[in-house]
Design a protein around this ligand. Structure first.
Ligand SMILES: Cc1cc2nc3c(=O)[nH]c(=O)nc-3n(C[C@H](O)[C@H](O)[C@H](O)COP(=O)(O)OP(=O)(O)OC[C@H]3O[C@@H](n4cnc5c(N)ncnc54)[C@H](O)[C@@H]3O)c2cc1C
Length: 386
């Protein structure tokens, strides 16, 4: 078993660090999916003079360690959003998620980013614990908005995923995108560079003043700064969640048939258990699990042993018919807030953002922040007040 992140991007050339003093209109700190997408939205809306700095390499934080499992319902299901924010605001957020997902699909396609992108359906299943009431409520509310969503049980469910574990599930059409997350964001960083954004890697922000930022070998004078460093943000509302992923050896066609995954899909075992499953482009099972809040310092990729054991147990119960070896395992951390709504704080010429908890929300929030910076009305104003 290899204790390393599975995702690789062999053709990627890391950029040189900043080694002089420069000036810009927009300085973005953090080269994860949020920071890079923000640069993209600014650049595609004619903003000029944009600089992005990343302390390691692009997508070296949560982004490049994630599953690349992009869905609308993740940590935050529709029922919970509506319960907390009411139907009107809840639907705005849900539509924002739709837009975030569609933006990622369109960006990958339009910008020809080689990232194994696959548009997929989602199967939101659930172990029969404590009851399936939660799932049914989610289905009822989703069905009102998404006309094609279906309730699955019995043979219909088995056709989607052949497991004795799920008794019920929600099938949502076109609610998912699978990518190699490292390639997506590193690919997007090459796109923004072509659009005129200056990108510096191995360039940490070490000191911040009102209108200038210090890095080890150069300072940057800026008009506006956006800090998109997720778990490294200094904000108590953003907690550090650890998640662990295993990748098996490639499945044969017969093995895919035995679990009814000839057609790939994104499978969730709801927020209560927090398992997520998909097949990679080369037919391996990617199975993730994680609901542990850890200290901000615990950010290494060493697998969290209790998670690994739980994933192994789950894989055996999920597909008892399958005998397959695990080849890769790693952990990573990302920022979450208590209600899974990201924190966006604006103070004079500085915006800090973190705790988005998913890449779809990162993309939706990146567009919202770009709009705010450019004075364009955003549908998400109801959520994120200035
Ligand atoms: C194991 C795991 C699985 C996940 N699976 C999924 C999934 O399948 N689907 C999904 O939607 N989400 C998933 N997530 C969550 C998702 O990856 C994150 O919500 C998202 O990537 C956060 O993006 P970001 O740009 O805000 O942060 P990051 O990707 O962490 O980017 C922040 C960047 O800021 C840089 N930085 C920090 N401090 C400084 C500084 N001082 N100067 C310069 N740069 C700095 C960091 O090096 C980092 O690259 C997963 C996360 C993990 C860890």
């Amino acid at each position: 078993m290899k204790y390393e992140v599975f995702w690789k991007n062999p053709g990627y050339k890391v950029r040189a660090p900043l080694k002089k003093d420069i000036e810009c209109d927009y300085l973005i700190v953090g080269g994860g999916v949020l920071g890079v997408s923000l640069a993209y939205f600014l650049a595609t809306h004619q903003a000029k003079n944009i600089v992005l700095i990343e302390k390691n390499t692009i997508a070296s934080g949560a982004t490049g360690k994630s599953a690349g499992f992009l869905t609308l319902k993740g940590e935050l299901d529709l029922d919970s959003i509506v319960k907390k924010h009411g139907m009107k605001k809840g639907i705005i957020f849900w539509k924002g998620n739709h837009e975030g997902l569609n933006l990622m699909k369109n960006i990958a396609k339009k910008e020809k980013i080689d990232c194994d992108a696959e548009n997929l359906h989602t199967v939101y299943g659930m172990l029969p614990y404590p009851s399936h009431r939660f799932l049914l409520k989610e289905y009822e509310i989703e069905k009102k908005i998404e006309k094609t969503t279906r309730w699955l049980s019995g043979d219909e469910l088995k056709k989607q995923i052949n497991t004795p574990l799920f008794k019920h599930a929600i099938l949502s059409f076109d609610h998912g995108l699978s990518v190699n997350p490292l390639k997506y964001t590193q690919g997007l960083s090459q796109v923004i560079e072509k659009k005129g954004v200056a990108v510096y890697e191995h360039t940490p922000l070490i000191k911040l003043q009102k209108d200038s930022a210090e890095t080890p070998h150069g300072s940057i004078k800026f008009k506006k700064i956006i800090i998109a460093i997720d778990v490294d943000i200094r904000n108590k509302k953003v907690k550090n969640r650890k998640s662990t992923i295993i990748i098996t050896k490639p499945l044969t066609h017969a093995q895919r048939e035995s679990i009814n995954m000839v057609e790939n899909k994104l499978v969730w075992d709801t927020k209560i258990r927090y398992h997520y499953l998909k097949l990679t482009k080369d037919s391996r099972i990617l199975l993730g699990f994680g609901d542990r809040i850890v200290q901000k310092e615990q950010k290494n990729t060493n697998p969290h042993r209790p998670h690994v054991e739980k994933i192994k147990e789950f894989l055996k119960k999920l597909f008892p018919q399958l005998s397959i070896e695990i080849e890769y395992v790693w952990s990573g951390t990302f920022g979450v807030t208590e209600d899974y709504i990201p924190v966006i704080e604006k103070k004079e010429n500085k915006i800090s953002v973190g705790g988005a908890s998913s890449q779809v929300v990162c993309t939706m929030v990146a567009k919202h922040i770009a709009y705010k910076l450019l004075g364009i009305k955003s549908d998400l104003d109801a959520f994120f007040k200035d």
